[in-house]
Design a protein around this ligand. Structure first.
Ligand SMILES: [Zn+2]
Length: 179
């Protein structure tokens, strides 16, 4: 099962199985967020003891803001809750149902998050939905250099199903025009 997982560190089976459980739970909750006008991405930040610090979906459409991706919303909520713009001393992990886009990689880097676990890879997100994920050359290695651990392609099949349903239901795929 872990064969298909991408990682920039040696895979720790305990961390991976914990991440699979959390991402499955996020996937399960997503249809409710979508029904309420947000999604189709959901992120959560946990501390090393397994306490949930923040959990947010993307809200670009409902809150009319192009920055409001799930990761950015979740980092913002965590910083507010912990009353700091530097999360690095908290040893936090971010779990998200799809690979972070170019903007969110920047947001994660500046936040001090130490570990990332993501579901559906960007290529598949773009193929299924038409969302633009941006250009991200060699980001796994760049994050490794900054001591940010990344595990990806976790619970992909179910994650793709959620995205397919979002498109089938006719929800907005937002991106700037490129004319
Ligand atoms: Zn993003």
């Amino acid at each position: 099962m872990s064969d298909s997982v991408t990682a920039n560190e040696k895979i720790n089976p305990n961390k991976l199985s914990k991440a699979q459980k959390i991402i499955r739970q996020l996937q399960k909750e997503l249809p409710q967020y979508i029904a309420n006008g947000s999604g189709p991405f959901l992120a959560a930040i946990y501390d090393a003891n397994g306490n949930l610090i923040a959990k947010e979906a993307n809200s670009v459409v409902s809150e009319i803001c192009s920055h409001n991706h799930a990761e950015m919303n979740t980092i913002r909520a965590a910083e507010k809750k912990l009353k700091t713009y530097d999360l690095s001393s908290y040893n936090l992990s971010l779990y998200v149902t799809a690979e972070p886009c170019i903007m969110c990689l920047g947001g994660i880097m500046w936040s001090g998050i130490k570990e990332i676990y993501y579901g559906v890879p960007s290529k598949r997100v773009e193929e299924i939905t038409g969302f633009d994920e941006g250009f991200k050359p060699d980001w796994l290695n760049e994050f490794k250099k900054r001591n940010i651990t990344v595990y990806g392609n976790i619970e992909v099949e179910k994650g793709e199903e959620v995205l397919q349903n979002y498109v089938l239901q006719g929800h907005t795929v937002y991106k700037p025009e490129r004319s």
